[in-house]
Design a binder for this molecule. Sequence first.
Ligand SMILES: Cc1ncc(COP(=O)(O)O)c(C=O)c1O
Length: 360
Amino acid sequence: MDFIPYGKQTIEQEDIDNFVDTLKSDFLTTGSKVNEFEQLIYERTNAKYCISVSNGTAALHLCALALLEKDDKVLTTPNSFIATSNSILYAGAIPIFVDICPDGSIDLDICEEYLKKDKSIKAIFAVSFSGKILDRKKLQYLKNTYNIKILEDNAHTMGVKLTYSDLSIFSFHPVKHITTGEGGAIVTNNIALYEKIKMLKNHGQDDKHQMHHLGFNYRLSDISCTLGISQIKKLDLFIDARQKIAKKYDRAFKNSIIKPLYSYTNSSFYHLYVVTIDFSTLDITKEELFIKMRQKKIGLQLHYKPINKQPYYRNLAYGEELTPNMDKYSHECVTLPCFPLLSNEEQEYVIKSLFEIIND
Ligand SMILES: Cc1ncc(COP(=O)(O)O)c(C=O)c1O
């Protein structure tokens, strides 16, 4: 059996054919494929506007610049890829790390406690962690009650509808639901944010090449968008396949020491399938489990080490926040392989290997 990673893209002949067609066309960078891909995204997400960008981190960067001023305080989660809170720092603003719920997502009740106490907080940067859609009603309530901005980092929830949040971003990195190699997108219903982000993405220029902001080149090429177009058409199939895998894991781990992060729900797009294991009751450490699984050619992953405890953040005096759930979770969490091309046979091998090693 080949090595089984925790995540991987699905590239089919149709993707390759479309890609080659674009390579043979007149436009490799900003041609018609960019608009076509953006249209498919805003239609899919019920948003008015979409801006494609070179990756998810660029999307977060531009959103942070459009939403925030220097020294603004922003509530965010320690349980994410570092790019989520880094984007707050890019804008010269101040991330505040809030503890998580048992399902791995930011605890919006604790966010409310912060908002009640500190009226100067300007925004929440929240992540639908692992693919489970955040509580949108609660987000809308917080937005309206405390007059704050909401950015949804939907890198794990490609295609989720835009509801009340100001901005929502996606990533098209190969382990995500759809891929363009590197790539990302921003959706919004707010025309002012759309216009500003569109300029920032293209050197801060308007359509008449007048430069109004110090912008960047964060464009996504026609070549990449071509791949995005054929991929997004298969998004539902990809999500279905991931949900089937999640259901099967859930069944296999029932009444065992391996606990799914949350019981199966079709409100999760299962970008990640995460379990928690109480290693204090076992003879094996988490590191040993990772090594032994790798020896069996299975790649486990850790999502995530708390961002606030990263060395860079510690140097900024973060790391000692009261986040008991995050601390416990980060010791216990293990991400298992979950991607559309994972075969039944491979998944059964992963399950068997896990039990063998744990019960050894
Ligand atoms: C939650 C989250 N936000 C942002 C990103 C950044 O996306 P990209 O890798 O496309 O820059 C990722 C990617 O891993 C992510 O998982």
